[in-house]
Design a protein around this ligand. Structure first.
Ligand code: IMP
Length: 427
């Protein structure tokens, strides 16, 4: 296997950072292909915790190539702050291990402003975005008025294009939202300075990856968010603005789809979601509160409390099917320790209709009733387990059952934040 795509099979926050960190040791290139600083990947190495937003988790492994590809919506401020933050903690970051695509669309101040203002404008219909300017930036990309990293590096081109774009954005900010417009000269000056600091990292990452593949290098694609937040396959409109699954790789990188060898989904042993939108197995009660507390379910990027609930077998089976995964990683199984009984969503009901397959055609999933299957829980702490044999039989049975319900076997189970807390498994 020369390339592997790792992606979230729920609504994000599945613990991808930790899995990618573990796998990165076996790969030469680690690539972000979509999303932006809305993502937050937490990686624990020894007594150090790293929260990465834009830079691939492979940066924590010396000698790896980390690529931020053209499909990413790049906030230069966050990117450079992350570079500096890593350097301060003794991690070497330069053009030899971090490569930024000249095709990545740039998130400007006006994108973040408009993201926040649009949410207020939508009122009860808001999406609950991370406020990182993701939707407005991808919107401009599709409308063909966006600026890319390559444009930023050419001062005259940047000035001309930013002037044209900002005139319209300022009209929106001022006339529709009644807020202060942004100062054009200040913005131009600010982004010129940032461009100079980005310059050393910028290259044609598509060519870089194709050459690497032809030279027999191993490439790991790191998905951000989750398949259920995919703009095409997720719970639209309560989604992010990119293709979060492996489908986003070819367009987001210039890596030919026929070269993609395998994809690995990541899902928690339960489920969470941040922001608005349907979440059929949500437990808006004491159990949800318990999962949130024990699982530290607060956003890495925004600190927002995550909504929590039971594992939804329909959603995960759908996500694994859409992405063609042949195995998946179950994370945070330890969070369920101590519960008498576990539940798993196995079917939805809407009126007289019963669905065992995820009903992707339904316009509103908010109204479904969930049919659950119960499993016995276990009492002991399992964070010290280092092989499947160390787990109580109830936990092993739960893993086996979830693999069967989603029709894709579990290959690894994570029982704690450390690198070593990952148990290989043949379910
Ligand atoms: P946006 O990506 O900031 O536009 O937010 C759109 C939706 O995706 C909101 O519900 C966010 O909470 C959610 N979202 C975006 N990024 C992440 C993530 O990394 N983890 C979980 N949810 C996310």
């Amino acid at each position: 296997m020369t390339s592997l795509s790792v992606f979230g099979a729920q609504w994000g926050d599945e613990g991808k950072g930790k899995v990618i960190d573990r796998l990165a040791a076996d790969y030469d290139y680690i690539v972000r292909y979509q999303g932006g600083a809305n993502a937050g990947h937490t990686v624990v190495v020894g007594d150090q915790t790293y929260a990465l937003h834009l830079i691939p988790s492979g940066i924590l492994h010396p000698g790896k190539h980390n690529v931020v590809a053209g499909g990413v919506a790049l906030d230069p401020i966050t990117f450079l702050a992350e570079v500096e933050g890593l350097r301060k903690r003794g991690i070497a970051v330069d053009h030899t291990n971090l490569h930024l695509s000249s095709n990545a669309h740039v998130i400007f101040e006006h994108h973040k402003r408009i993201d926040a203002l649009a949410e207020v404008w939508k009122g009860a219909g808001r999406i609950g975005t991370t406020g990182r300017g993701i939707g407005p930036c991808y919107g401009d990309k599709a409308a063909r008025i966006g600026l890319r990293v390559g444009d930023l590096l050419d001062p005259e081109r940047c000035k001309t294009r930013l002037r044209a774009v900002l005139a319209e954005k300022n009209a929106l900010i001022e006339k529709v939202h009644g807020e202060q417009p942004l100062d054009l000269d200040e913005q131009i000056q600010r982004y010129h300075e940032l461009a100079d600091r980005l310059r050393p990292f910028v290259c044609d990452t598509g060519a870089l990856l194709r050459h690497a593949h032809l030279a027999g290098k191993r490439i790991l694609f790191e998905g951000a968010q989750g398949l259920m937040l995919d703009i095409d396959h997720g719970t639209y409109p309560f989604v992010t603005s990119s293709n979060t699954g492996p489908g986003g790789i070819p367009s987001g990188t210039g890596f030919p789809p026929v070269w993609l060898s395998e994809s690995l989904g990541i899902a928690k042993a339960y489920c969470t979601r941040v922001g608005e939108g349907p979440f059929p197995t949500e437990q808006d009660n004491e159990l949800g509160e318990l999962l949130r507390r024990v699982g530290h379910e607060f956003g890495t990027t925004t600190g927002r409390p995550r909504r929590a609930g039971w594992f939804d077998a329909l959603a995960v089976r759908y996500a694994l099917a859409v992405s063609g995964s042949t195995s998946w990683v179950m994370t945070k199984l330890d969070v369920l320790s101590g519960l008498d009984e576990l539940q798993v969503g196995v079917a939805y009901r809407v009126g007289t209709e019963r669905y065992e397959e995820y009903p992707a055609h339904l316009a509103d999933l908010g109204q479904v009733e969930v049919e659950y299957r119960s499993f016995p829980g276990w009492k002991q702490d399992i964070t010290g387990a280092r092989s499947m044999g160390d787990l109580p039989p109830e936990a092993r049975a739960y893993i086996q059952a979830l693999g069967e319900l989603v029709e894709v076997p579990v290959s690894l189970v994570s029982v704690g934040p450390e690198r070593s807390a990952m148990l290989p498994c043949q379910s």
